[in-house]
Design a protein around this ligand. Structure first.
Ligand code: PLP
Length: 374
């Protein structure tokens, strides 16, 4: 069986260094908010081309604490509207509702599956305060256009970069386009911890200062609490794991691109629509980091089963759109036809930094031999 992604294989590559780093933290006697976190934050900020990186407990908190900090800074009020993609992972929307803000769902561009700038424009009302573009599957949303819209309407931009470490447009990386960027280091992400972790990136000193306090009980100074904060710290062991893996992020991304290239060049089944890789655009230089390789097929469930029988594990990201989830039952009757269609057609092929070319070719052959029930 070709696994969708083997985290065991991914981390086995660095087992010696990870164990050394772990031992270093154990022996240090210092386990939260220490030198490991500071070191990782500095390097990750540098990689993203921003002044500040603030480690937090996970990607959802990175989104949520940014919105919370903007409320504290008087830039947002409860009930303000936040534009989010209708076809995102539910975390992007939970961060909004968790803060008493109102999500306004917007359909994607049919080709890129990222949020449609034209529809963002159409969704703006006097209550709109924030746009959350999600760089879905590892390719940046149309950030030039979104930044223009935001400037025109004086909106804040919070990038959900949980799937887009190192992705860029014209050498401007994810997490440095908007007023802030939110990253996840969930184990399966392109830069994955060995547990949960996340980070906010920003050039805004004031925002960085508030998030730094918020993640630690609203406190800059021990036992002095200036905001009603939370406990959302990125602990030293995870920061040390991330520092090891950060050394290989570039080369791992290269390995993902090699697999994606084999798929892009090899899959030629008319029943399958390949993802759009915008790097072919003549105007901009875009780099996709292939967190997921998502194909579309009208007979998706049949293809899914067919590939499983051929020994290829595939997954669906995601089977149920947020507005059809029980958690948001008030929205269940809303209609987002494109989002609903996408969720019925998408299928994620195996991809990861340790995947062999031989396995990628097996996947290509399996995809090409699918004929469906006709
Ligand atoms: C993974 C992910 C998140 C949430 O990250 P966690 O670390 O799991 O909280 C948010 N948004 C998107 C698009 C994601 O893929």
């Amino acid at each position: 069986m070709i696994e969708f992604l083997s985290l065991k294989d991914v981390n086995a590559e660095y087992a010696v260094q990870l164990k050394e780093a772990c031992a270093r933290v154990i022996d240090s006697g210092w386990y939260v908010q220490g030198v490991e976190l500071a070191t990782f934050e500095k390097r990750f900020a540098q990689m993203c081309g921003v002044k500040h990186c603030l480690g937090v407990a996970n990607g959802l908190d990175a989104l949520s604490l940014t919105l919370r900090a903007w409320k504290i800074l008087g830039k947002l009020q409860e009930g303000d509207e936040v534009i989010v993609p209708a076809n995102t992972y539910i975390a992007s929307i939970l961060a909004v509702t968790e803060n008493g803000l109102t999500p306004v769902l917007v359909e994607p561009d049919e080709k890129t599956l990222n949020i449609s700038p034209a529809l963002v424009r159409a969704a703006i009302t006097p209550r709109t305060k924030v746009i959350i573009p999600v760089h879905l599957y590892g390719q940046l949303a149309d950030m030039q256009e979104i930044q223009d819209i935001a400037a025109e309407h004086k909106l804040l931009v919070l990038e959900d970069a949980a799937q887009a470490h190192l992705a860029s447009i014209d050498a401007t990386p994810a997490g440095s386009w908007g007023d802030a960027g939110a990253f996840s280091f969930y184990p399966g992400k392109n830069l994955g911890a060995l547990g949960d972790a996340g980070a906010v990136t920003t050039n805004d000193d004031e925002l960085a200062d508030v998030i730094k306090a918020l993640r630690n009980y609203g406190s800059h100074k021990k036992y002095e609490n200036i905001y009603p904060g939370v406990n959302s710290r990125l602990d030293e062991i995870q920061a040390a794991m991330l520092s090891v893996k950060l050394n290989y992020l570039q080369s791992n991304t290269g390995s993902r691109r090699v697999v994606a290239d084999v798929y892009m060049k090899g899959i030629n089944n008319p029943l399958i629509t390949l993802p759009l890789d915008k790097k072919t655009s003549a105007l901009t230089l875009e780099s996709h980091v292939w967190h997921l390789f998502v194909i579309r097929c009208e007979a998706r469930d049949e293809l899914h089963q067919y590939l499983a029988n051929a020994g290829v594990q595939t997954l669906i990201h995601y089977p149920i759109p947020p507005h059809k989830q029980k958690a948001y039952s008030d929205w269940n009757s809303l209609s987002f036809p494109l989002t609903e269609k996408i969720h019925d057609q998408i299928l994620s092929l195996p991809i990861g930094p340790t995947m062999s070319l031989a396995d990628a070719k097996v996947v290509v052959d399996a995809c090409n031999s699918f004929v469906g029930r006709g």
